[in-house]
Design a protein around this ligand. Sequence first.
Ligand code: FE2
Length: 280
Amino acid sequence: MATAIADIDVRPLSDACGAEILGVDLSEPLTPQTLKAIEEAWYEHLVIIFRDQDISNDDQVRFCRYFGDLEEVRTGKYANEEMQYTMMITNVTDTGMQTALENGEMWFHSDQCYYEIPCRASTLYAMEIPAVGGNTLFANCYKAWEMLPLDLREKLQPLKAHNIYDYVGNPLKRGDNVDPDAPQYSHPVARLHPETGKHALYVNRLMTDYIEGMDPEESDDVLQQLFEHSEKSEFTYEHVWRVGDLMIWDNRCAMHARTDFDPDERRMMRRITIKGETVR
Ligand SMILES: [Fe+2]
């Protein structure tokens, strides 16, 4: 059911997470009231989508700054100073910009969980999309945590999991022989969200390697159980993109994955991320 707060409409997209906000033109600055309403909806729904937006890079930068300081692209070179926060997530090679060349399916993950300070939020602006597939799945990690058996939550609550950015160019498999120089960091299995005060399950199939303090066999078994649990359809929303979609999601309590698509079709997303805080 749609709810009207300030001058916007918030329409939930699934029981798990995700809401569409109507009545906002992101090519214009936001009023404080509209921003407050968007923030409230964001904390409630984790993933917010604005359809039919016609926005420049500068417009996306302005929108992101409402949510905090921007994260500079940490790898490679950016095209110019205005683009220092912008990464094109695309399979297209002729953008002339900082690009993450990405094709096909990608397992669930949380952006930058392998850094000490992962980004708080990510935004994607859909510029070109394939006819079929390349959808983004989001999982509500609050719900995944809350729905675990109590004894497992009590066991996991004090533990940390080790996350690594090393899947040898294949977004469906972590490397068996992990590069010791690969970006990696341990974070709590149950992450406390600083704004909502709720815990969210903070492990993911693509990047989480082991749980500290568990013997390796048990760690593998528990992680497998957590991956299967957190990826259940009751916790996930699948977003089918349209050109002009601008999306922001909360990396502290939502993880995401991508479905397969035809590599001969173009897919181009403009990504800008917002700096995070110490993980607790
Ligand atoms: Fe991602």
